[in-house]
Design a protein around this ligand. Sequence first.
Ligand SMILES: C[S@@+](CC[C@H](N)C(=O)[O-])C[C@H]1O[C@@H](n2cnc3c(N)ncnc32)[C@H](O)[C@@H]1O
Length: 353
Amino acid sequence: MTAPHPLDSRADIDFVLALRRRWSDRLYPELRREFDAVADAAAAADRQDAGKVTETLPLYPWFAWMERGSQKMLWRAVERSVADAPPLELPAAPKGSLELHPEMEMPAWYTDWDIHVQPGGVWQTDMSARTYELGAKLVMLGDNDDYAFHRRFVETSLAPLKGRTVTRLVDVGCGFGKSTWPLKRAFPDAEVIGLDLAAPCLRMAHIKAEQQGLAIRFIQANAEATGLEAASADLVTSTMLIHEMPLPALEAMLAESARILKPGGILRFLDFHYTGDGFRDFAMHEHGARNNEPFMPGMMGADIEGMCTRAGLANVRWVAFDERGGGRLDTLAWPKRAEWHFPWAVLEAERPS
Ligand SMILES: C[S@@+](CC[C@H](N)C(=O)[O-])C[C@H]1O[C@@H](n2cnc3c(N)ncnc32)[C@H](O)[C@@H]1O
């Protein structure tokens, strides 16, 4: 089989990106118009009622098919595009470290699903991380190519740490590192640890951190039992992780985060939250199913504040996060936008002093 010409694979990527933008900018608002024309007050405010209405709309099958179909196309295009990428080079004399544990057991809920419809998930081969890296840019519709989203999270969500002596920060479910690098930039004197189950992602996170001159400790570990010392961290973060976990694992992760936080230490998890807009919440709920994120609806419907309280955490709240504007908002309300966009929110809590 001959390798695809590089221009061919670029054309694939451009096509998928254009298709997804069309889905977000044209199809979603049009479906919303159809919905608004027939929805009653109950459907406007409740995702289950909204679902009953939306499923009868002429555009809905097309909208739903395009969401899943374009995601499948995306991974094909990305796999072709990264297939011949040269290996990443670790710079000489690394400042940080990489601790892998090939013997560790992966949870079945993690390995049984091809998360985000990515064939083989993010954990099986080194190419999984290369594929995930490019796929993540396309999923954000090219809006996060320089990882401004993650920088904004660090810049706007960690105010209580300002002026404190900060010695250890832990980023759980760090993936290929885009959520961990800005933490080290913001707190250059602290020990920054990135944890993940996926060895390929950790290898990439480590190499790319070293290429940026960032001394970060990356460890292969399960968020439910990190192996880190009790009361050792000023901050535990996760971004885009908790909607990927089943509820018992999430509850265990919150207990583990509370355990490793110092008294007065803070927890900041960036994820999704229902908005109270029935149509938008139904679309998000269905996105979980169409995008192979089976635990997302459970997480969004769960009493996570209660889980935090049971874990011994205090001052628990969710606030909205505006990824295209000012980042963390001090309220659980989002700016209005016509196009499809995720209802990002930050779960905030602290371990009492
Ligand atoms: C959507 S990615 C987010 C990565 C990164 N935080 C970011 O914002 O780009 C979720 C990551 O969490 C990891 N993960 C899922 N469950 C985990 C667990 N129980 N323990 C540690 N990492 C986990 C996955 O391997 C994946 O890399």
